[in-house]
Design a protein around this ligand. Structure first.
Ligand code: GDP
Length: 174
């Protein structure tokens, strides 16, 4: 049995659903008032990937440091994958994804010099007042080098496991 250890970063503006995402994925719950403590470093999830492989995921949620927009290199160190999340009802959170991706590409690199696999998540797709169109997300995702993008709803548990599996699959294939 092989066990892979993967440090995964979860970034994006405040209030887009990052802590809820991690909580849902790791503990299977959605709690409206859930808020991760500032300073908690990471959550762990063990995936039984195949008969021969396990994946131990370390999920690093930036937990309240979003306002600094630019993270320290320590946070990025050793990361093998990244989730960049925005809220489909917030155009400004979508615009910020460009900065998050640039910051990631400037500060983090795989040992082989390639940029870190990164998936773009359009969260809160359960809400009727969504304003960011699928077309613009698609274009943005391609131009900025994301592996792919997906609509998610942490509230309705839509595409959470799927998104993480897609990212892990990409990391294993690098
Ligand atoms: P963070 O600051 O990015 O970590 O965001 P939080 O996880 O604290 O979530 C911010 C708010 O959005 C909370 O009130 C969550 O309950 C809510 N939220 C998170 N995901 C969803 C979702 O998929 N749909 C809806 N409707 N609300 C969500």
């Amino acid at each position: 049995m092989t066990e892979h250890l993967m440090k995964i970063l979860i970034v994006g503006d405040g209030n887009v659903g990052k802590s809820s995402f991690v909580h849902r994925y790791v503990d299977g719950q959605f709690n409206k008032t859930y808020k991760m403590t500032v300073g908690v470093d990471f959550s762990v999830k063990l995936l039984h990937w195949s008969d021969k492989e396990k994946v131990r995921l370390q999920l690093w949620d930036i937990a309240g440091q979003e306002r600094f927009i630019s993270m320290t290199r320590v946070y990025y160190k050793g990361a093998l994958g990244c989730v960049i999340m925005f809220d489909v009802t917030s155009p400004s959170s979508f615009r910020s994804c460009r900065h998050w991706k640039q910051d990631l590409d400037n500060k983090a690199m795989l040992p082989n010099g390639q940029s870190i696999p990164c998936i773009l998540l359009a969260n809160k797709c359960d809400l009727a007042q969504r304003v960011v169109s699928a077309d613009s997300i698609d274009r943005f995702s391609k131009v900025n080098g994301f592996i792919t993008w997906m609509e998610t709803s942490v509230k309705e548990n839509k595409n959470i496991g799927e998104a993480m599996r897609r990212l892990v699959q990409e990391i294993l294939s690098v």
